[in-house]
Design a protein around this ligand. Structure first.
Ligand SMILES: Cc1ncc(COP(=O)(O)O)c(C=O)c1O
Length: 460
């Protein structure tokens, strides 16, 4: 019999979370205008809004915080981090930044200019934002299977080489400053990219002389999927797989709030000395001196330890399998979820869950609100509200999928929390026929409306 996995850590400190009554939550969410972003965290029992910066640090990371060297230039903490980044990624040069989007801002200031095209696999929002801010275009070359929830594919984050080659053939080399592989691919639901695909894309990039970069926010989770799903790498250590992944690229941007196992941080790592030199200028302008880049010395120390811990198999098995545990429970209850499960989140399929609520009444948002009222669980809508309005017609954009994302923070909740979440969802699912009406927008910002939107509940 295969033994179940067990967490390779035990609890040393606890943070109490506050249970509340359904009546209280109904009142709080009404006051928050039915927008989960407006809720105070103390009014949430289990917070699955994001896995970014919400994880728990280890005792070794906290110990390293005490050793933080806060010197402006050349601190010991910086040197520790630099050494670990080199060891884990293999890239020659490194610049700390305060988070992932800051790394994008600095690197793209060097590489991306007006009229450029930047191909990749469903760029993350901030990546796309930084590209479009420079009046360039982010071109999505993800494989078609990624967009069909009924298709089971082990690596739905893969880039389609034919789509990428079309971009290379149809644009002069000078207009394509880089290709970005996001691993795992957050926008495609935390789906991984295979090493076979990375190799293939790298060969194509070399042929067309276009640099290849990683958005590595969840690179370790990606390496775990490679180990368990790609036969050739089953006996490799995670650290070996990570080195192999990055050996095919020219550099990376990193949001350390995910697989760096810290609450704040980021970096750029790359091989080209000339690009590094140019990037240092922007880093100093936007982030701070190049040996701290917006981070405290103690944060850099904690990140150095976090990167090492995040690339251990036992940790990753617990992490990814905990997410899958929740997914499997939901599947057993018959609840419609996107499969295969992502590395950091489970997605409820609201089109199948509550088809009775009209689309123009924001059914995924209605489901997310119901989840909060029923069990104090905060997820997030990935649907029509997030998709915003068409900038020209000002009509709602209706994406193919209406989802509620349940992002699981790292090393934070137990399997019992997962059981609780699944049970709450099952209860809602069992009475889904009663859900007939959703919400109406009463106030919204011109862009990124989901953060501040105000909603009114519609009555039967
Ligand atoms: C894939 C990916 N890239 C970049 C970012 C941006 O990182 P940050 O939030 O640290 O700015 C995120 C954040 O969620 C992400 O998921």
């Amino acid at each position: 019999m295969k033994l179940p996995y067990a967490e390779p850590y035990k609890t040393k400190m606890v943070e109490y979370i506050k249970p509340s009554t359904k009546k209280q939550r109904k009142n709080w969410i009404k006051k928050a205008h039915y927008n989960l972003f407006n809720l105070e965290s103390d009014k949430v029992f289990i917070d699955l809004l994001t896995d970014s910066g919400t994880g728990a640090m280890s005792d070794k990371q906290w110990a390293e915080m005490m050793l933080g060297d806060e010197s402006y230039a050349g601190s010991r903490s910086y040197l520790k981090l630099k050494k670990v980044v080199k060891k884990i990624t293999g890239f020659k040069y490194f610049l700390p930044t305060h988070q992932g989007r800051a790394a994008e801002n600095v690197l793209f200031s060097v590489l991306v200019k007006e009229g450029d095209i930047v191909p990749g696999n469903s760029h993350f929002d901030t990546t796309k934002g930084h590209i479009e801010f420079r009046k360039a275009v982010a071109c999505d070359c993800t494989i078609d299977e990624a967009f069909d929830p009924s298709v089971h594919h082990p690596f739905k984050g893969n880039i389609d080489p034919d789509k990428l080659e079309d971009v290379f053939k149809n644009h002069p080399k000078e207009k394509v400053p880089m290709v970005i592989i996001t691993a795992t691919c957050n926008s495609a639901g935390g789906q991984p990219v295979s090493l076979k695909n990375i190799e293939e894309i790298s060969t194509l990039c070399k042929h067309y002389e276009v640099p290849l970069y990683f958005d590595g926010a969840r690179f370790a989770e990606n390496a775990y999927f490679i180990k368990i799903r790609e036969e050739k790498y089953k006996d490799w250590s995670i650290k070996e797989i990570v080195r192999e992944m990055f050996s095919h690229a020219d550099g990376m941007t990193m949001s350390a709030k995910k697989d760096g196992l810290v609450n704040m941080g980021g970096f750029i790592a790359l091989n080209d000395q000339d690009i590094y030199k140019k990037a240092t200028v922007y880093n100093i302008m936007f982030e701070g001196f190049l040996t701290y880049g917006g981070l405290n010395g103690r944060d850099m120390g904690a990140l150095a330890v976090g990167l090492d811990e995040a690339t251990e198999f036992d940790y990753l098995e617990t992490r990814v399998e905990q997410v899958a545990f929740l997914g499997k429970q939901l599947v057993d209850y018959g609840v419609p979820v996107i499969q295969p499960f992502g590395g950091h989140a489970i997605f409820l399929d609201a089109n199948k869950f509550v088809p009775t609520i009209p689309r123009d009444e924001y059914r995924a948002q209605a489901l997310a609100v119901e989840l909060y009222i029923a069990g104090g669980i905060r997820g997030v809508e990935i649907g029509t509200i997030l998709a915003d309005r068409d900038p020209f017609t000002h009509k709602n954009r209706y994406p193919d999928l209406e989802l509620v994302r349940l992002a699981i923070p790292r090393r934070t909740y137990s399997l019992n929390h997962m059981r609780y979440i699944a049970a709450v969802i099952k209860k809602i699912y069992d009475s889904r026929d009663k859900a007939k009406r959703g919400y109406q927008i009463v106030d919204e910002a011109p862009i990124m409306r989901h953060f501040t939107v105000k909603l009114k509940k519609l009555k039967n």
